[in-house]
Unconditional design. Structure first.
Length: 238
């Protein structure tokens, strides 16, 4: 799975309208909701860390940790991570390593105890990363400096190269769910359809036209529309 700094290297401006509101964490009570939004908040954490928005990052650490503990990740040292975070506010590499440790501890424990929930978290983490990247892409000015053009081109290429990551998550989710038992897997149809639809958009990109501006524009538009629709349902508290 791609972290946001891999999708969008070099981006330094934080847009508070893009991540999910960390205060909504208290409104997620179903296990599938909590797993889904733990993934969303994890992506938002990486975004805030990348842009060095330290006052916001700690809220996402608490959101991810709180949801993870509610899901049964008992070994998660929440207080220790928060303390280490506050002591390393000026050290970007330390803050990034804390975020990475939080994600590793959460997903590894969920995979051991609740594989289906781990699959959901991985899916929503990837979807939120796409949401952030796709939302940032159109904010570049019309007239770009060489550095800005290089950053924008790299961001677009990275967005368009996510098919294999989505397929890996999709296959993991399928392997941990039983589509024939909707009572046991009430959210499986939603994520199955969402990921298949995303993969379908990527599969429509011809291999030899990755650099075709018109095809890229159409693909990015389709991805933006679908990702927005999926993400709206994921972060809903209903």
């Amino acid at each position: 799975m791609s972290k946001f700094d891999e999708l969008a290297p070099g981006l330094m401006l934080f847009d508070a309208t893009l991540p999910n509101d960390p205060n909504k964490v208290f409104n997620y009570h179903l296990d599938t909701q909590m797993a889904a939004n733990a993934g969303v908040y994890m992506a938002d954490l990486y975004y805030s860390v990348l842009t060095k928005t330290t006052d916001v990052s700690v809220n996402y650490i608490k959101a991810v940790a709180g949801l993870s503990k509610a899901l049964g990740v008992e070994k998660l040292p929440v207080d220790n991570l928060a303390t280490r975070y506050n002591k390393n506010l000026e050290n970007y590499d330390s803050i990034k390593s804390i975020a990475t440790q939080l994600f590793k501890l959460t997903t590894e424990d969920l995979e051991t105890k609740h594989e289906r929930l781990a699959g959901i978290m991985m899916a929503t983490y990837q979807i939120e990363n796409l949401h952030l990247a796709l939302s940032i892409l159109p904010t570049f000015p019309e007239i770009l400096s060489p550095d800005e053009q290089e950053t924008k081109d790299l961001l677009q290429r990275n967005i368009l190269s996510q098919q294999s990551n989505i397929e890996i998550i999709y296959n993991f989710l399928r392997s941990t769910s039983d589509p024939l038992d909707p009572q046991r897997n009430p959210n499986y149809p939603f994520y199955d359809t969402a990921l298949r639809d995303l993969i379908g958009i990527y599969q429509e990109i011809p291999d030899d036209t990755q650099a075709d501006p018109q095809i890229n524009k159409q693909t990015l538009s389709a991805l933006t529309s679908l990702v927005t629709e999926i993400r709206t349902k994921i972060i809903s508290v209903e």
